[in-house]
Design a protein around this ligand. Structure first.
Ligand code: HEC
Ligand code: HEC
Ligand code: HEC
Ligand code: HEC
Ligand code: HEC
Ligand code: HEC
Ligand code: HEC
Length: 259
């Protein structure tokens, strides 16, 4: 679910020190919410130009980021920029970037929830990455400083998978018998934020696999998957149950994806 706002320079945000009133325009209806930026006592908004002095690389590449296109209602304040996620930067900038004067969003996901409130629900599901308790953060998988905040994506699926395999090394491969589904990305089978299904799967049964592997039935009622009779097999449980295709990410033992 996308946030209910259009990403335009016209998006209105009223300036303030710690709490910004944010008016979000949806495509049809107007929805309002309040944006609470990460709180830094006594600090005020200084704008991206003030960050450039010391963080030239981040500021330059930020120009094409989707998050660079949100703007304050007060034109004097320009775009919401860096401080929407890192908190007001006056003290940090004045003190030459001394420790503890700015929020490192790698540790805090609260700033993200201000605009992506529906993500809180996804991370509350029974099977989810541990973001709400602070063991992980949005920044482990997203870099909002450049282009789209989703790493990899599009033609760069391998890079997207690396976002996951830097932690999940067992799924990285290479495997002698690779499963081509991996080329479509981990998110073909897993909801990366959370899911009601175990192992954060997008489906809990054979449908997970049958989206790509066509199931056919012949005149005698024999059910085929991958050209083989699966009548009794499909009654055993999921396709990845032990003894079937449990090495679903790839196998070093069997072409049929077994250990
Ligand atoms: C005068 C130089 C200077 C300016 C201006 C400056 N910074 Fe920094 N910033 C630094 C230095 C130096 C560090 C590294 C401090 C450290 O290692 O803890 C830093 C660290 C950071 C960090 C990481 C903090 C952490 O805990 O790891 C963030 C985020 C950050 N700056 C954001 C900003 C933003 C946003 C602005 C503009 C509002 C800004 N900085 C302006 C010098 C500056
Ligand atoms: C949409 C939220 C968001 C915005 C806007 C944003 N950042 Fe960040 N920033 C993050 C996250 C998340 C991290 C931690 C993940 C990472 O290091 O990539 C981070 C980390 C940093 C760090 C620390 C890097 C390190 O190695 O520890 C600096 C410095 C920084 N940002 C500067 C900036 C500057 C300057 C801008 C504006 C040009 C900016 N950020 C805009 C979310 C944001
Ligand atoms: C474990 C890695 C991971 C973590 C942690 C994570 N994300 Fe994501 N997120 C992804 C991936 C991968 C996609 C792309 C999904 C796709 O292509 O179907 C995505 C997509 C998104 C999207 C765009 C699509 C959508 O679902 O609306 C948003 C917005 C988003 N994430 C926000 C967040 C926020 C906010 C947090 C922290 C509260 C977060 N994510 C934490 C991996 C992660
Ligand atoms: C000031 C509001 C705001 C904040 C704060 C914010 N986002 Fe976003 N984010 C947006 C908007 C608006 C979009 C664009 C939605 C669209 O294109 O339809 C977006 C899009 C995204 C996407 C989809 C890919 C893209 O770049 O379009 C991801 C992923 C994402 N945000 C992650 C994050 C993370 C992680 C944080 C915190 C570090 C964060 N956002 C903080 C408003 C925000
Ligand atoms: C920063 C490290 C990190 C990253 C990056 C990461 N994960 Fe995880 N993941 C974990 C941890 C830690 C757990 C275990 C959580 C728990 O015990 O509740 C986990 C759990 C899982 C599980 C469930 C395993 C189980 O036993 O229930 C799946 C599936 C998963 N991650 C997939 C992904 C995917 C897909 C991505 C990329 C979009 C990803 N992860 C990115 C650290 C990470
Ligand atoms: C074709 C679908 C599919 C794809 C693609 C896929 N997975 Fe999985 N994954 C599964 C299934 C099914 C399970 C459950 C296996 C089980 O319960 O034994 C699983 C389980 C997991 C687990 C839990 C492992 C355990 O031992 O409990 C992790 C972690 C995981 N996947 C990560 C990933 C990562 C990372 C990627 C991408 C590099 C990925 N998966 C791609 C289907 C897939
Ligand atoms: C995104 C599409 C996709 C999904 C989802 C998918 N697969 Fe695959 N799978 C493929 C492709 C492509 C191949 C290689 C071509 C072929 O043999 O059909 C393959 C090959 C296989 C093979 C090897 C067949 C052989 O004899 O060479 C097995 C076994 C397999 N998949 C099992 C599964 C299981 C189990 C699931 C569900 C957990 C699953 N697949 C989900 C695309 C997918």
């Amino acid at each position: 679910m996308k946030p209910k706002l259009r990403l335009t320079k016209n998006t209105l945000i009223f300036g303030g020190a710690a709490i910004w009133g944010l008016i979000l325009f949806g495509c049809m209806a107007v929805s309002r919410t309040v944006l609470v930026v990460p709180h830094i006592p006594g600090a005020t908004i200084v704008g991206d130009k003030a960050c450039k002095e010391c963080h030239a690389e981040q500021v330059d590449k930020f120009a094409n980021a989707s998050h660079a296109k949100l703007a304050f209602a007060d034109p004097k304040l320009g775009t919401t920029g860096c401080e929407a996620c890192h908190g007001a930067g006056s003290i940090h900038a004045k003190n030459g970037g001394s420790k503890g004067t700015i929020i490192n969003s790698k540790k805090v996901s609260e700033a993200c929830f201000e605009c992506h409130i529906e993500k809180r629900g996804e991370f509350s599901l029974t099977n989810s990455h541990q973001v709400l308790n602070g063991k992980m953060s949005c920044g482990d998988c997203h870099d909002p400083h450049e282009g789209r905040a989703i790493r990899g994506g599009g033609a760069a699926i391998e890079a997207a998978n690396e976002t996951c395999t830097k932690c999940h090394t067992a799924q990285k491969g290479p495997f002698i018998f690779a499963h081509n589904a991996m080329k479509e990305g981990c998110v073909t089978c897993h909801s990366p934020h959370g899911s009601i299904n175990s192992k954060m799967l997008v489906a809990r049964d054979a449908n997970l696999c049958l989206r790509c592997h066509v199931q056919t039935t012949d005149r005698n009622g024999t059910i085929f998957v991958g050209g083989e009779d699966h009548r009794t097999r499909l009654q055993n449980g999921t396709c990845w149950i032990a003894g079937c295709h449990e090495a679903v990410h790839g196998s070093n033992a069997s072409k049929a994806l077994r250990y």
